[in-house]
Design a protein around this ligand. Structure first.
Ligand code: C2O
Length: 507
């Protein structure tokens, strides 16, 4: 195993990814940020120099952080924020994890303004290694021309009625065209900024690592005329499965193998918004070597219809290796709903409460100091036994779906469905897929299972517009040095799981 030194400066830079000039929050001035590529078992030393003019914290989405919960990057749960002009180094090993992940700021809405990038863990024992010649990273996101803090402020007013902001555009690897006649007068904008271009060589096979880094949007991803075979979901291998269009929700990742088996030409790679949004497909170009350049290849989309926007289900997505899963020992049921709070702002609730972070004292620190943490007890659950097998049923009364993500764990997806009752006879305990982000259907439910074997303070949350603005704070705790393994082992049997939903609120 190797130690990988990553040096990131987080700063604001003026860019025009789709031709519209705006200020973005970037990692090393790039949008999207630089890719982190390491091998299974490696150590990552990720230094964050915060030059953003506001506090930040960085989360490696998909990394389990076994034995290093304090490097999970969630402000006020795992750590204090990194104030402006400070630096902080995350130090963790990727242990036995592999696959396609990403990193993103976990403070307020910063990743929506650009603080994100791909995090790839290569696997020397990749069972599909001989099945592809090259790897390509494809990052999909919805894109707003307005600064995310402003969007968030608007969202948190009674006037928004809880409707999420509508994106202005969508991007593939940070690129797309934009019709500048739609830009507000006075803005700096050029048409035809250019699409992302992927070079194919006839008959070669490509592993596409697809990451949805959106604020709100689920997509159908496809390449005209090319089918693809899914081999990985959220870092875990799946049985090969041929599809035309890949549904991918916020924060999910997939690998697919695509063979360049079509006539030498240009083809459109497309990402379709699943929600009815008045925006065209997001496009990029697949250019075969030897074909003339064509900035606008002809449309040739797959015609099969996809009505329901949910994840690939258990018929289409199975783990590569069969795994016997344990019987559950604990069960929780959560009702998700949205309603107005006392100030008239629509908020998200789980069993009638919203998570309220304590912006003075991170949860993990309280655990180490054996302080009680009842100030946020609303949806905090303590598992004081190693290896509890936890079932969680989420029942969503909202008419929108929600991509749920759990920190520190991967969970088995036992089932999803419509209606307000989990159909226990329908649960798949035989060979379910395991992942870290899954969709709870609109007016529907999901049942997940995991084994509580990773001590720490972890959150579960919807990955859409997760955060409310956290006021700037000057408290920094230089406590990480003091966290020795002895401390850690001593408290080994304390597990805290925070269940948040939607907005983490202060009221
Ligand atoms: Cu992608 Cu709580 O994170």
């Amino acid at each position: 195993p190797k130690t990988n030194n990553i040096d990131f400066t987080i700063e604001k830079v003026t860019l025009a990814p789709d031709g519209f000039t705006r200020q973005l929050s970037t990692v090393n001035g790039q949008f999207p940020g630089p890719t982190i590529e390491v091998n299974k078992g490696d150590r990552i030393l990720m230094k964050i120099r915060n030059k953003l003019g506001e506090s930040t914290a960085m989360h490696a989405h998909g990394m389990l952080q076994r034995g290093t919960p304090w490097f999970d990057g969630v402000p006020w749960m795992a750590q204090c924020v990194i104030p402006d002009d400070y630096e902080f180094t995350y130090n963790f090993t990727v242990a036995d994890q592999v696959g396609t992940h990403w990193y993103h700021a976990h403070e307020t809405m910063q990743y929506v303004d650009g603080v994100f990038g791909a995090l790839i863990i290569h696997d020397p024992d990749d069972p599909f290694k001989s099945e592809y010649d090259e790897e390509i990273i494809v990052m999909l996101n919805d894109y707003h021309h307005t600064n995310a803090q402003i969007l968030l402020k608007q969202f948190l007013t009674p006037e928004s009625h809880g409707e999420e902001p509508v994106p202005d555009n969508g991007l593939i690897n940070g690129k797309n065209n934009f019709d500048c006649s739609k830009a507000p007068p006075g803005s700096k904008c050029v048409d035809n900024a250019g699409l992302a271009k992927f070079e194919f060589v006839k008959d070669k096979k490509y592993r596409l690592r697809i990451i949805n880094t959106s604020a709100f949007s689920a997509f159908f991803f496809s390449i005209d005329k090319h089918d693809m075979e899914v081999i990985e979901a959220d870092g875990l291998y799946t049985k090969r499965n041929k599809i035309h269009r890949l549904p991918i929700n916020v924060a999910q990742r997939y690998s697919v193998i695509v063979t360049a088996n079509q006539p030498v030409d240009n083809y459109i790679m497309r990402s379709e918004f699943q929600k009815t949004i008045n925006l065209p497909n997001i496009k990029a170009i697949v250019h075969y070597e030897g074909a003339p350049d064509d900035p606008e290849p002809k449309d040739n989309p797959w015609s099969d219809s996809l009505t329901e926007y949910v994840d690939l289900d258990h018929k289409t997505l199975q783990p590569l290796e069969e795994e016997k899963i344990p019987e559950s020992t604990k069960k929780f049921e959560f009702k998700i709903d949205f309603h107005k709070n006392s100030t008239g702002v629509v908020k998200a609730f789980l069993n009638n409460s919203s998570y309220i972070p304590d912006i003075n004292f991170p949860t993990l620190d309280k655990i180490f100091k054996k302080k009680s943490f009842n100030e946020t007890s609303a949806n905090a659950y303590i598992f004081d036994k190693d290896g509890e097998v936890v079932d969680m049923y989420f029942i969503n009364s909202d008419d929108g779906e929600h991509p749920f993500h759990i920190h520190g764990y991967q969970f088995w997806v036992l089932g999803t469905g419509n209606g307000d009752k989990v159909d226990e006879n329908e649960l798949n305990t035989h060979n379910p897929i395991k992942r870290d982000t899954a969709t709870i259907p609109a007016s529907g439910w999901i049942a997940i299972r995991f084994v509580s074997d990773n001590p720490g303070a972890w959150g579960i949350h919807c990955h859409m517009i997760c955060y409310r603005f956290i006021p700037f704070l000057f408290i920094i705790l230089f406590f990480f040095d003091k966290f020795t393994n002895i401390f850690f082992l001593y408290f080994h049997f304390i597990f805290v799981l925070r269940v948040a939903f939607g907005i983490w609120s202060f009221d």
